[in-house]
Design a protein around this ligand. Structure first.
Ligand SMILES: O=P(O)(O)OC[C@H]1O[C@](O)(CO)[C@@H](O)[C@@H]1O
Length: 546
């Protein structure tokens, strides 16, 4: 047994879970009439109602004791002090320094990185404004109309999601994102683009990622084939930590925006990785996004206990995962603008906390991140919400609901809000057999027909959810929302005693992809019999042509 699962507070929480098994949420509301007011927390106009979680005051008290026992305050201090919390890579995880907009020193290895961050930010924001204003032109003097960010994972998901979420604020050149090594994405993107008016931003922390390099070289060939080699300098810029590789690709040092190894890929949209955002919506709005995140950093760093929003969200997730044994976690943004939010959060959460050994490398005897998934409401209601309401597993939902719309279809906004609130209510309340029976009887059903119909229409209810209200999807509140989820992820990692900032689990697949490429090229490669047989089959031309 690990120290964690053997601890008194862990046992206490197991006991609470057993106790609450016999009580449902409707009863909890009867026992605690002020529950809706009491089980809520607000920061920066983000209001979290967690009264529909299967918790009560003793559970919350134990969860906060668990956080203290796991050294939450010390780990938070170490994170904000720029210590090498990512110990398997010997690095800090200091994305908060990227959104430090004042002169507060933030040190990595004794050096205040804030001036460095500000200098690079000034440089890429000036570049973004020059592109937007038409001072940065293509090789033939044309204004840039289309910007294509080529990157994958953290070098794609963040900027892609933000540009979609803040589309009403994007008044610059059109932005496009290409991530997949499947050439279909790049080919489709290039259709209709005028090379003379197109700028490529090659975004890769390492500048070695196979997919990104393949797409970058293909884009380069496309451009050079039309405008000639000399045009590369005006149509390609890079965002990376690897200056040598950028220069070997043919991008001059002046056209590279750097970031640093203490910025993890999935935490990087706040760095120069966000240059595509700055080009799309302007430097001022990009800084607004940062300021929302900075405000959430301050809240997280300085607010104690139950008033701390990311801490609360993180502890609720631990409760659902480790004590109520919920297998997955659903994200349901009720906002078309936030369609890419679940995809961004998936990398954030599952690449960070998808681990099965603790910080010392010892195998865990408790679960870490559940599967995180989801899509926008109301679409998701007509897809998989059936399973959420009546399936055999209980999957807690985070409803994220921006209140003000950025369009004139107010009646539809009312419907959207109503649906979001109704889903949380339905998951919680359910519908028992007596109610169903009464409803069906009123419709005239009798006897065996009635008996047969009832079980199919019963909802067990008692299914937990959070409702997170935000005023609107604007740069400030989006920044705050994203930083909230980043810190939630960190809170969970502290409880689970794992390193949230490495991602060794993606390496093996990358290595083996190289062996498979060699095998497809007819070279000798060490492969297992199953994969060797598949290589032989695709090489014979079944579904694969050289
Ligand atoms: O920015 P890079 O170095 O191209 O890496 C892209 C992505 O690949 C990963 O390293 C893992 O696949 C992610 O963490 C990262 O966001």
């Amino acid at each position: 047994m690990s120290e964690l699962t053997n601890s008194a507070v862990w046992h206490e929480l197991v006991g609470h879970a057993e106790r609450l098994c016999a009580t449902n949420l409707n009863e909890l509301f009867q026992q605690q009439p002020e529950r809706a007011e009491e089980l809520s927390v607000e920061a920066l106009d983000l209001f979290l109602d967690f009264s529909k979680q299967r918790v009560d005051s003793p559970v919350l008290a134990s969860l906060h004791r668990l956080a203290r026992q796991c050294g939450f305050e010390q780990w938070r201090e170490r994170l904000f002090a720029g210590e090498a919390v990512n110990h398997t890579e010997g690095r800090a995880a200091y994305h908060m320094a990227l959104r430090c907009l004042d002169d507060t020193p933030m040190r990595v290895d004794g050096d205040n990185v804030v001036p460095l961050v500000a200098a690079v930010r000034d440089r890429f924001c000036a570049f973004a404004e020059a592109v937007r204003g038409g001072q940065w032109t293509g090789a033939s003097g044309d204004v840039i109309r289309d910007v294509v960010n080529i990157g994958i994972g953290g070098s794609d998901l963040g900027p892609r999601m933000v540009c979609q979420a803040l589309a009403p604020y994007c008044d610059g050149p059109r932005s496009h994102f290409v991530a997949n090594v499947d050439g279909a994405e790049l080919s489709d993107t290039l259709v209709g683009l005028d090379p003379a008016q197109t700028l490529f931003i090659i975004t890769s922390k390492t500048f070695t990622t196979q997919e990104t390099m393949a797409n970058a070289h293909a884009a380069r060939r496309w451009l050079v084939g039309r405008l000639g080699e000399a045009a590369v300098a005006r149509h390609f810029v890079a965002v990376s930590t690897n200056a040598d590789a950028v220069q070997s690709f043919g991008i001059a040092a002046d056209n590279m925006f750097e970031f640093w190894d203490w910025v993890g890929g999935r935490y990087s949209l706040w760095s120069a990785v966000g240059v595509s955002i700055a080009v799309a919506m302007g430097a001022e709005r990009f800084v607004e996004l940062l300021s929302g995140a900075q405000a959430m950093d301050r809240h997280f760093a300085t607010t104690e206990g139950a008033d701390n929003l990311p801490l609360t969200l993180g502890l609720l997730a631990v409760w659902n995962t480790n004590f109520l044994n919920c297998p997955t976690q659903v994200l349901a943004p009720y906002s078309q603008r936030l369609q890419r939010f679940p995809a961004w959060a998936q990398q954030l959460e599952m690449e960070s906390n998808g681990k099965s050994v603790d910080r010392d490398g010892v195998a865990l005897d408790y679960r870490t991140t559940p599967v995180l998934w989801g899509d926008v409401g109301t679409n998701a209601q007509h897809a998989y919400f059936q399973m959420l309401h009546q399936g055999t597993d209980v999957n807690p939902v985070d409803f994220v609901l921006p209140l003000a719309a950025d369009h004139e279809l107010h009646e539809q906004q009312k419907l959207l809000i109503a649906n979001c609130l109704a889903q949380g209510a339905a998951l919680m309340r359910g519908k028992d057999a007596d109610t169903v029976r009464a409803e069906l009887s009123a419709q005239g059903l009798r006897g065996t027909e009635l008996d047969a119909a009832v079980p199919h229409r019963v909802f067990s209810g008692n299914r937990p959810s959070n409702t997170l209200l935000m005023p609107r999807v604007d740069p400030f509140h989006l920044g705050a929302l994203l930083a909230l989820y980043e810190h939630r992820t960190f809170v969970q990692s502290v409880i689970w005693n794992i390193n949230a900032f490495d991602q060794w689990g993606v390496e093996l697949g990358k290595q083996l992809a190289k062996s498979v490429v060699s095998a497809l090229d007819g070279e000798v490669a060490e492969l297992d019999p199953s994969t060797r047989a598949l290589v032989a089959r695709v090489s014979e031309g079944v579904g694969f042509q050289r």
